[in-house]
Design a protein around this ligand. Structure first.
Ligand SMILES: Nc1ncnc2c1ncn2[C@@H]1O[C@H](COP(=O)(O)OP(=O)(O)OP(=O)(O)O)[C@@H](O)[C@H]1O
Ligand SMILES: [Mg+2]
Length: 255
């Protein structure tokens, strides 16, 4: 196993128009743990995930993941390093079934290697069989069997969140960034989702999770970072961070 799997940000800044949304972020997230990121609406959490995953170009600073320097890498290249994210609003192919959404996610990830394999049909057939099997396992894991053949557009909000996670699991993730996985998910499904995240973590995947449901997040994460107005304001155990005066003030101030 690779001993270093830290996500390391140095002096990361990003402005939208004239507004500093990320204001010199320095942080190290242990990629082997479940870590939370909290903060009031507009604090910059999703923008930070965008910066890490390569979808939001940063103005200054640098980002590393394990031994890889991400700065010159596209979002696709970062995903191939095993660093994957979900979106606050899931983005599956609406007209494809759950099963096909999962299969397509694996094929996307294969990229050039699949194109190369195309010239050796035996390899393609084997690869397709592997993908089909992985999709079936993911459907079981996330308890999506009842809707496996339904079009994604027919899914509920909670089921869409599960599909979104499933699409990531079709690749070979080392660390997954989840943007509000519990938003709009009913309490029973939320408990199940938390259980799946724990299981995947036990299987070696790291998680970095943005979440407004502080209860659910605190039960899951070993440590939390808190942001407000583009800056980190606290880091520590969930208890330490949630009782931090600046964190409490940020939440009250935002209401
Ligand atoms: N593409 C964009 N163009 C311009 N401004 C943006 C863009 N994306 C985000 N912003 C602004 O950046 C700030 C931070 O937004 P961000 O989405 O990162 O916040 P957040 O912490 O994820 O909030 P929430 O908890 O509501 O999801 C907000 O003021 C937002 O309006
Ligand atoms: Mg957000």
């Amino acid at each position: 196993m690779n001993p270093t799997m830290n996500l390391e940000l140095q002096r990361v800044t990003k402005a939208w128009g004239g507004m500093r949304v990320l204001d010199g972020i320095d942080m190290v997230v242990n990629g082997r743990t479940i870590t939370g990121l909290i903060g009031p609406n507009g604090a910059g959490k999703s923008t930070l995930f965008g910066a890490i995953s390569g979808l939001v170009p940063i103005d200054t600073g640098s980002i590393r993941f394990g031994d890889d320097d991400l700065d010159a890498m596209s979002a696709v290249q970062r995903a191939r390093c095993g660093l994957l994210r979900t979106f606050q609003v899931p983005r599956p192919f609406a007209n494809l079934s759950v099963r096909d959404n999962l299969r397509v996610a694996a094929r996307d990830q294969a990229g050039e290697s699949l194109v190369r394999a195309f010239f050796t049909p035996g390899v393609v057939r084997r690869r397709e069989a592997e993908i089909a099997e992985r999709a079936d396992r993911t459907i079981e894991l996330l308890a999506l069997r009842r809707v496996a053949d339904s079009a994604a557009r027919q899914l509920s909000g909670g089921q869409l969140k599960l599909l979104e996670l499933g699409r990531l699991l079709m690749t070979e993730p080392r660390m997954i960034l989840l943007d509000e996985p519990f938003a709009g998910v009913n309490p029973v499904l939320a408990d199940e989702l938390a259980e799946r995240i724990r299981m995947l973590h036990a299987g070696g995947i790291g998680f970095f999770i943005v979440e407004h449901n502080l209860n659910a997040l605190s039960r899951l994460a070993g440590s939390l970072f808190a942001m407000d107005q583009g800056a980190l304001i606290a880091h520590g155990t969930p208890d330490e961070v949630l009782s931090h005066p600046q964190v409490r003030a940020a939440y009250v101030g935002g209401e």
